[in-house]
Design a protein around this ligand. Structure first.
Ligand SMILES: [Zn+2]
Length: 240
């Protein structure tokens, strides 16, 4: 006779990017094993980009199983949406409180308490998705997707990584007459386009990334030398 199955509850949240509702279930024992192994492996990696990429790959594998909404495309989703879903799945699966170690400005490692359900995705007011480059030329941007973090591993130079993110976030380039879809151009052509921009135009692109929506949590760390406010932004910092 087949053994009985234990029912798993389902939950729903609103996505930070567009408010649409996504349904998920907590992760099961087999998925927690994958998660713990992935976190452990990432912590042992010396290359930070490689570790980051490994974590994202692990998170994606779990998300794929736990997201129940049909047709939700992980590859097309902005990274901050995936981080938000992951945090909420983790909260419903293992518990709402995590205790990562924060290094205080005096150098003392302090264990801090983070309530995962209080983590928000900051939404900049009136965020514009177009960047003005001057002379009637501009770029329609899109937010970075999960797959770009994996591709980053293959370029070693820091500046290559930045350009690699940039060109993947260009939807199209436009002037007063024409739009040029980024997907119809070679990566090398897009990189040349960026390299030939005046410095202040390039700064406008960097500003777009500066105030992008991101997961954030601010609380107080109780160091023996005195209380200190800390802010966590990186998803990996919540768990490692
Ligand atoms: Zn301190």
């Amino acid at each position: 006779m087949a053994l009985p199955k234990v029912a798993v509850p389902t939950y729903s949240i609103n996505l930070p990017s567009d408010g649409s509702i996504i349904e998920f279930r907590p992760f099961l024992v087999k998925e927690e094993k994958i998660l713990l192994l992935g976190i452990k492996q990432a912590a042992e990696m010396e290359d930070l980009t490689l570790a980051q990429s490994h974590l994202i790959k692990t998170f994606k594998a779990i998300l794929k199983e736990c997201i129940l909404t049909k047709g939700y495309d992980l590859e097309e989703a902005p990274v901050f949406d995936l981080e938000y879903i992951f945090i909420n799945i983790r909260a419903k699966s293992v518990g709402e409180i995590v205790e990562p170690t924060y290094t205080c400005s005096c150098g003392t490692p302090v264990e801090v308490q983070v309530n995962l359900t209080e983590i928000e995705v900051t939404q900049p007011k009136d965020k514009k998705m177009t960047v003005d480059l001057g002379g009637g030329v501009g770029i329609k941007m899109k937010y970075p997707k999960a797959d770009i973090m994996e591709k980053l591993v293959y370029s070693t130079e820091e500046v290559d990584k930045i350009f690699s993110i940039l060109i993947h976030c260009i939807d199209y380039i436009f002037d007063s007459e024409t739009t040029f879809k980024a997907s119809e151009y070679e990566e090398s052509e897009l990189i040349t386009f960026l390299e030939e921009l005046p410095k202040d135009a390039f700064q406008n692109i960097q500003d777009f990334f500066e105030d992008m929506p991101h997961t954030e949590y601010t609380a107080e760390a109780d160091c023996p030398e005195g209380k200190e406010t800390f802010t966590i932004r990186q998803l990996s910092d919540f768990f490692v």
